[in-house]
Ligand binder design. Structure first.
Ligand SMILES: Cc1cc2nc3c(=O)[nH]c(=O)nc-3n(C[C@H](O)[C@H](O)[C@H](O)COP(=O)(O)OP(=O)(O)OC[C@H]3O[C@@H](n4cnc5c(N)ncnc54)[C@H](O)[C@@H]3O)c2cc1C
Ligand code: FES
Ligand code: FES
Length: 1306
């Protein structure tokens, strides 16, 4: 408790203030009764803080660790279970809450969205926090309702974060925001489900265009102190204090003087300064738990100083958002126009919510401690030649930023920066090249500041500034080039040539960090950025075709359009409506597994992971871990009571814990159990494992082929006709190799299981897409009957295939722990562990030879498919691959050879469209290659070879209902393809350094019902006629529950709002198979339909007798007559062909490429998708958009890297692994569901749509490829090249083959 004094007369409590304390003695008058009294107290030492959440005040002290975060407080105390977490490093935004923080411009407290995972709990003293539970979710104007209404919540795990992000933005701006502001702030929260369009539309619906008031610089500093008349410093009443916790001391200075004293007093001790604590998101060593003393800078009001007269002084505690705001206001002042450049770069640093917390000074200090850090802020300040005001040994000192990195900053504080006016003849530009449009660190950043005389051919009179970040830890200025340029005219081509030569010599990128983009790329881009700057300075003096190189791409505001059919007479069937759970999800009321309250005595488990990729375990010593407080048990393979296998026959064995030889880095070796999550997390690395027979890991498919690391035949070759014979006779032969990589699912809810022991076994809550096999896995490892295990799943926070089989080890591990200690156990995988331990999408590679007739018809196709299974082929889809690999093209002769490779990586698994996505990409790449060899337009060539109705596929499927040709023609005409093709061609002729590309990808996707056995149980409740349903599918965002309710309501003729879907469990829907393959929604709907039909028949006689009576009355009568009002149906589909039917679609994508950097914008996407007669067009459009954007991530962004020596996965967090964000989606996103297209062989005439649209995302890769080709035509290098997926910025830039000799101005 804060030390308070009680008045001896009236007992009123007083907090002693500094001004009435002398030598620890309080002397003053009681504020209540006026009595004068004295009291001895210890000054300012506190043991708790007060934080207000949703209007309620909480006192928090040593019951929490000093390193606790706001997020852990909110969740552990169950104050806010709607606030989620995933990454705990600022990269996902699921943890966003709203905080009122001091805002130095208005000098009032303002609302900001902040990442609760980064905010240290004990820096929240006096904070007012609002969580998702604290905001309105009932009115139609409320943000949660709006998000739900726009269908912006699928699995819903990100929804509270999305809501809080925009709620805070609206609050900050008094409810008045523009669409641009909404879109700019959308970088804080990842959504893996929706594809963002619906979220953006929902949030933009709050925008009032053009109503933004940007106040100018005079608005700053208007608030004066009532007492002193001086400019208000925000909190004159506060005193420095100290918070003594059991593990950490928090010092809270309020003046620079006190701050310096505290630093002096703690010299040599393990302390650190902390402001936003966002640095921890980048460098884990900054975790507050690594320090004994934390000195919180938030209360030091002098550090927020903003002054514009005579020089510009900006305090070190200005957050990046506040810095942006101040600079933006000042950017119209003469000689400070360069602030605009600073704003541009600040807005590209991190995410909006991280910028709300993190300061520019904190960013500089990261750079100081880690010179290799690609700090955009440091580069920016170098370019504008800022000066820093720092306190060294108690003395204030001003240093130029150029001396900052060599300044010893031990025990030093950054107080402020100084910015100077810049003469009008100075050109200042700052650039950032990175992997993703928003929220990605720079691969290379650069800035230039040149004073030029335009009247003298752009003469450079004084030394210019040329700065690069991301080259190497020691490289900042291109000093030789800077010197070379003095006195030279930039308008002279020779100056550019000479500068580029000089630059090339001094740019020597460090290539030692395997996580970074290549040295070649970084050097190439750095040179290109210099050229960009020169073009920009020269303006019209450069010839027109080169001017396109002078600026980076600018992305316009995005929008979407959707068209579909609906039949109001059949509603609620075919009715466009959002998910029934959407409002609950968006308002934080939906319960995910980790939100379930722990049973009394609950413990926490974690896996101990291997630190070798291929080695024999010699010894495991858990003694040090077991000796740590709270640690209860270690379990190794030998301790498993049942069998060490989660994979029942006939599947290959899969161990839970390695018994002998580890086969990949981060493989589970043991399980540790402790009383708390903190205890288990701290102890898990203390288990000592030694290894023998360590072998170099096999990490690539090429290496696996070389080393013959191949699983014995897992799938048959397919031969149709005589491919080799046909190819030999063909006029044109094409041979090549193409590859596509892996993909981390990034389900926002990581793998989790809770096991509660019961009298007859265990109750289990597990994040599984396959209840039946989850139950079996647990029973196998425990050696008990399946019936002892009751598994229940209400919903998943995203899955995409990751929770089909990859959940079993987690479920089994949790059960082992619970069984071992006979207590409830929770095993929730840490995000980084989830990324490393759990398998991902299968990488693929294909070697092909194609035979073509001279007029361009496919005559023979021979493909060897390699797929990288990781250590176990259990989930491979090679056998299914041949079924859809032809995509939409007819060829009479095929020879397909599947090869399953073994590498030392985690066992790969299904990921949204596991077989079709890579094989369609491979076929489309082959079509591109063939078109190039034939010198044909790729779209014409594709159309020429498309299937015709009635032809038979290599999977022996007659295409009775094939409409792929009609679909393609329809889309090309509705999307105005021919005109746009001409426009693209003219654009490309006029512009050398920006190119556009268009690509059309048609798609045939086989929907396979085989083995899709699902149960449904429909129960009508006799008293009121309401209905409960249980079905064998798992709701993971795809809207299965909503569709099931629509079908039930339509079939029974009752309103939807009396129907509820219950969690899926291992009893009522026993033996149902996994949710996957896009088929679960429709087959569960069929099972429910059958139940409802049977119930309708059963109640029909009563209904007839009671004509005109309400449903409720009829049902009550049936009930009174002892009628069984429950029905169960077991759906076992039986398709006549390998596929029940095909889904068809076609997509046209247009992109613009910035050739100099490899960055792109997807300008427009037009998708036409045959969804049959959609049961719910809104949900199906959401699936199309979400799948397409997930595919964009796969084809363009997402890259997993391994340490080539050790096999350790390097990309194991949000810092390096980039999934699409809101500004990576198409600027103009048009989804059209084919109209009037009933599916004669589907359930209720519909077609599946969860996976197929993802297969068309490769159109974006091919559009980029066409843009690269357009550039390569210009430079005379128009040869075929394979563009493997993912076509990252780096790969695309390198494919352009630019070199400095092309950097000309005339
Ligand atoms: C998800 C994410 C994405 C990011 N993306 C980018 C990016 O794209 N580009 C980029 O440049 N950066 C990026 N960053 C880094 C970010 O800008 C910094 O984390 C932030 O600015 C640090 O400020 P802070 O106040 O949170 O510092 P803290 O984390 O509180 O402190 C960081 C360090 O600075 C010290 N320190 C803080 N203030 C002072 C002071 N006044 N005097 C002396 N020492 C001080 C602390 O002791 C500590 O060592 C990203 C960060 C995250 C979490
Ligand atoms: S959990 Fe906070 S940003 Fe990911
Ligand atoms: S709805 Fe956004 S992650 Fe699922």
């Amino acid at each position: 408790m804060r030390e308070s004094l009680s008045c001896p007369v009236c007992s009123a409590l007083h907090i002693p203030q500094k001004r009435n304390l002398k030598n620890g003695i309080f002397m003053g008058t009681c504020q209540s009764c006026g009595h004068f009294f004295k009291f001895r107290c210890s000054n300012g030492v506190e043991s708790s803080i007060t934080v207000t959440v949703n209007g309620k005040s909480y006192s928090v002290g040593s019951e929490y660790s000093g390193s606790s975060t706001l997020n852990s407080f909110l969740r552990d105390s169950r104050i806010s279970m709607g606030t989620k977490y995933m990454c705990k490093e600022g990269g996902c935004g699921t943890c966003l809450v709203q905080a009122k923080l001091y805002e130095p411009i208005t000098m009032e407290r303002q609302t900001y969205a902040v990442n609760s995972c980064l905010v240290p709990l004990f820096s929240c003293d006096g904070w007012e926090i609002t969580t998702i539970e604290g905001i309105d979710s009932t009115s139609d104007q409320s943000v949660p309702k709006r998000l739900a209404q726009y269908n912006g919540s699928q699995c819903g795990f990100c929804s509270p974060g999305q809501v809080m992000n925009i709620h805070a933005l609206l609050d900050y701006h008094g409810g008045t925001v523009t669409k641009q502001m909404v879109e700019d702030a959308s970088d804080s929260v990842i959504c893996r489900c929706t594809g963002f369009r619906s979220i953006l539309d929902a949030m933009k619906s709050f925008a009032e265009e053009n109503s933004q008031h940007v106040s100018d610089i005079e608005d700053v500093h208007t608030k004066r102190c009532d007492r002193t008349g001086q400019i208000c410093t925000g909190s004159c009443h506060k005193q420095s204090s100290q918070l003594a916790l059991k593990d950490v001391q928090w010092f809270k200075p309020t003046t620079v003087e006190d701050l310096i004293k505290m630093i002096k007093d703690n010299k040599g001790k393990n302390y650190r300064l902390v402001f936003g604590n966002t640095g921890y998101g980048v460098y884990k060593e900054l975790d507050p738990k690594n320090y004994d003393i934390l000195i919180d800078l938030r209360g030091v009001t002098e550090l927020y100083g903003i002054d514009f007269d005579p020089t510009i002084v900006l305090g070190s505690s200005l957050s990046l958002s506040q810095l942006y705001d101040v600079l933006n206001r000042g950017s119209n002042e003469p000689k400070f126009g360069y602030f605009k450049e600073m704003c541009k770069i600040i807005s590209k640093v991190a995410t909006a919510s991280v910028r709300n917390l993190g300061t520019w000074a904190g960013n500089l200090m990261l750079k100081h401690k880690h010179p290799e850090f690609q700090s955009d802020i440091y580069t920016m300040l170098e370019v504008v030649r800022a000066q820093l005001n720092i306190v060294v040994n108690g003395e204030t000192k001003v240093i130029p930023i150029s001396e900052f990195l060599s300044q010893d900053m031990t025990d030093c504080v950054i107080v402020a920066m100084f910015l100077n006016s810049v003469p009008d003849n100075h050109h200042i530009r700052i650039y950032k090249v990175n992997k993703r449009t928003q929220s990605a660190h720079s691969d290379v950043n650069a800035g230039m500041n040149f004073g030029v005389d335009a009247t003298q051919n752009f003469l450079i009179k004084s030394k210019p500034t040329i700065v690069f970040g991301g080259i190497s830890k020691n490289f900042v200025h291109a000093t030789k080039t800077e010197e070379y340029l003095v006195g030279k005219a930039l308008g002279d081509q020779n100056t550019l040539k000479g500068a580029l030569t000089m630059l090339s010599q001094e740019l020597i990128p460090d290539d030692s960090d395997q996580n970074l983009t290549s040295a070649d790329f970084r050097k190439n881009v750095a040179m290109a950025l210099f050229y960009r700057f020169v073009l920009d300075v020269l303006g019209n003096r450069a010839s027109s075709q080169f001017r396109s190189g002078s600026t980076p791409l600018t992305r316009p505001l995005s929008s979407g359009r959707q068209t579909y059919d609906t039949k109001p007479l059949e509603w609620p069937l075919t009715e466009p409506m959002t998910k029934v759970e959407a409002v609950n999800q968006a308002s934080g009321r939906a319960v995910y597994i980790n939100d379930i309250a722990g049973q009394p005595g609950e413990c926490f488990a974690a896996f101990v992971l291997s630190t070798e990729a291929s080695a024999k375990i010699q010894n495991i010593d858990p003694s040090e871990a077991l000796a740590m407080p709270g640690v209860l048990k270690f379990i190794a393979a030998k301790d498993i009571p049942g069998i060490n296998n989660v994979s029942p026959p006939p599947f290959p064995t899969e161990e839970v814990l390695v018994s002998d030889r580890v086969e990949y880095y981060s493989q589970p070796i043991g399980i540790l159990v402790a009383e708390s999550q903190n205890a288990v997390d701290s102890a898990v690395d203390k288990v000592k494992v030694t290894y023998t027979n360590i072998q170099p890991p096999i990490l690539t498919m090429e290496d696996a082929i070389d080393k013959k690391s191949i699983f014995p035949k897992v799938a048959d070759e397919i031969k149709v006709g005589d491919a080799e014979g046909a190819i030999a006779k063909s006029a044109v032969k094409v041979t090549g190799r193409i590859k596509c990589g892996t993909q981390y699912h990034m389900a926002m809810e990581t793998q989790i299981t809770i096991c509660n022991p019961t009298e007859d076994g265990f109750d289990v809550y597990s994040s599984t897409q396959w209840v039946d096999r989850c139950q079996k896995s647990i029973a196998m490892v425990l050696g008990i009957p399946d019936s002892s295990i009751s598994v229940s799943v209400r919903r998943l926070g995203g899955a995409y295939g990751s929770k089909i089989s990859r959940n079993f080890i987690v479920a089994a591990g949790c059960a082992l722990a619970s069984n071992a200690i006979k207590r409830p156990v929770r095993l929730s995988l840490d995000f980084h562990v989830n990324m490393k331990m759990v398998g991902k999408r299968f990488p693929w590679m294909a070697d092909y030879t194609i035979g073509l007739s001279s007029d361009g018809m496919l005559e023979g196709v021979k493909i060897t498919y390699y797929t990288d299974c990781g250590i176990n082929p259990i989930d491979n889809s090679l056998a299914g691959m041949v079924l859809g690999m032809d995509n939409g093209y007819y060829c009479p002769n095929w020879h397909l050879i599947p090869v399953a490779l073994k590498t030392n990586t985690a066992c790969n698994t299904s990921c949204r469209s596991p077989g079709s996505c890579p094989t369609i990409f491979i076929m489309e790449s082959i079509m591109e290659h063939c078109a190039k060899m034939l010198d044909k337009d790729p779209t014409d060539f594709r159309r020429q070879n498309l299937y015709k109705k009635g032809q038979v596929t290599p999977a022996k499927m007659p295409l009775t209902y094939c409409n792929i040709r009609e679909l393609t023609s329809q889309l090309l005409s509705s999307a105005d393809y021919v005109t746009r093709q001409q426009q693209v061609s003219s654009y490309n002729q006029a512009n050398r350094w920006k190119k556009k590309g268009l690509s059309v990808v048609p798609m045939k996707f086989g929907i396979d019902w085989t083995g899709g056995n699902y149960t449904a149980l429909v129960a009508i409740h006799g008293y009121d006629g309401s209905v409960s349903i249980s079905h064998g599918g798992i709701e993971s965002g795809q809207g299965i529950n909503t569709k099931v309710i629509q079908v039930c309501a339509t079939t029974l003729g009752i309103p939807m709002d009396i129907i509820r879907v219950k969690p899926t469990d291992s009893l009522s829907t026993a033996n149902s198979v996994t949710t996957g393959g896009s088929i679960t929604s429709e087959l569960c709907c069929k099972a429910v339909l059958q139940c409802c039909d049977a119930l309708n028949k059963r109640i029909a006689p009563v209904k007839q007798k009671m004509a005109g009576k309400s449903w409720k009355d009829v049902i009550f009568q049936c009930f009174s007559e002892n009628m069984d009002l429950s029905e169960r149906y077991w759906e076992v589909p039986n398709s006549p062909n390998v596929f029940q039917y095909n889904s068809y679609g076609v997509t046209l994508t247009e992109v613009t490429l910035d050739v100099l950097t490899g960055q792109h914008i997807i300008d427009r996407v037009d998708m036409l998708f045959d969804c049959g007669e959609s049961m719910n067009p809104e949900i199906d459009i959401g699936q199309c958009e979400g799948a397409f954007v997930m595919g964009l991530g796969y084809f363009l962004l997402e890259e997993i890297k391994y340490d080539q020596k050790t096999g350790q996965q390097l990309t194991d967090g949000t810092w390096e692994y980039k999934v699409p964000l809101a500004k990576d989606i198409p600027v103009d996103f048009r989804i059209n569901l084919l109209k009037n297209a009933p599916n004669p062989v589907g359930i209720l005439r519909a077609k599946a749509c969860g996976e197929p649209p993802l297969c068309m995302s490769c159109s974006a890769l091919f559009a980029i490829k066409h843009a690269v080709e357009a550039f390569r035509r210009d430079i005379g290098k128009d040869t075929y090249f394979a563009l493997d997926a993912p076509a990252t910025v780096e790969k695309v830039q390198q494919a352009c083959m630019i070199d400095a000799s092309q950097f000309v101005i005339q």
